[in-house]
Design a protein around this ligand. Structure first.
Ligand SMILES: [Fe+2]
Length: 281
């Protein structure tokens, strides 16, 4: 059977490393709320993991991600991607991530965080939990245009949708690295920081099961349940102890290879077609 060529780089979000003034408190949150197993790694990082989701926590100021990792399917794909990125002007630095092998490489983005590319190591067996794989991460930036330029032109991420105001100013941008609508989104904001990351679950039924589970754990929903315009994903969000938003989502759009870029108006309905939204600018 003939397979059509895909325009994306063919990578998916694998993990992120969140800075926290109280790493152990944050790790206990992920253990209790997201049923993640917690272990201490060499170098002072804490690893929280459940099937499909891995989050590292390091000591630092809150609401920042020191690095985050995208996985390519194999060494050959990683090497092709590295060559392309270097040819487009990327400056490779040593990977800081303990979750990728020695062939991984990293690049510093214009907001000062490090994005790592590697090959996903086989997951160690961890206890079953409600399904929710780490699928996308979202940052707020005071210099959105520079950041979008970096990820799209230099790193080869593909813009799925732009959100623009009436003057044509870019307010948010959704970028994909594989068939899924976005694995990275960027919002204009007065502050550069982590906005949220998402655990994508299997379907609507599991959105309900997560929400019921949170209810038992007395973890109130902060925003949602709703459906995003760009990406069409069902979602709700809670807040972690450091005031980061953490999302559970489902049904994210699977993009056709020839999908053209969309443009959405800067209004609440774009971010939640069912109702109100958190406007970052
Ligand atoms: Fe999201």
């Amino acid at each position: 059977m003939k397979t059509s060529a895909r325009p994306e780089i063919g990578a998916c979000l694998d993990h992120l490393c969140i800075d926290s003034p109280e790493p152990q408190r944050l790790a206990l949150f992920f253990q209790r709320i997201y049923d993640m197993h917690v272990s201490q790694l060499a170098g002072g990082l804490v690893l929280c993991e459940a099937p499909g989701r891995r989050v590292l926590i390091g000591a630092g100021v809150p609401n920042q991600v020191s690095f985050f990792g995208y996985a390519l399917p194999d060494q050959a794909a990683l090497e092709r991607y590295r060559s392309g990125a270097l040819a487009r002007g990327a400056e490779a630095i040593t990977s800081p991530s303990p979750l990728f092998g020695p062939d991984a490489f990293a690049v510093r983005d214009p907001d000062g965080r490090t994005v790592v590319f590697g090959v996903r190591a086989p997951e160690a067996p961890v206890a079953e939990a409600l399904p929710g794989r780490l699928q996308h991460v979202v940052f707020r930036s005071t210099d959105l245009d520079t950041l979008v330029e970096f990820y799209s032109r230099q790193m080869g991420f593909l813009v799925s949708d732009r959100v623009q105001d009436e003057a044509g100013v870019l307010r948010a941008c959704f970028l994909r690295t594989d068939v899924e609508h976005h694995s990275l989104a960027l919002f204009r904001s007065p502050e550069s920081r982590l906005d949220h990351f998402s655990f994508e679950t299997t379907d609507w039924e599991h959105i309900r099961r997560w929400a019921d589970d949170f209810s038992v754990k007395r973890m109130p929903i902060f925003w949602g349940v709703g459906r995003h315009g760009p990406g069409n994903d069902l979602f709700f969000m809670v807040k972690d102890p450091d005031d980061n938003l953490v999302e559970v989502s489902a049904e994210i759009e699977q993009c056709a290879a020839d999908r053209s870029m969309g443009i959405w108006p800067h209004e609440q309905r774009t971010l939640n077609v069912w109702g109100n939204a958190i406007m970052r600018s």
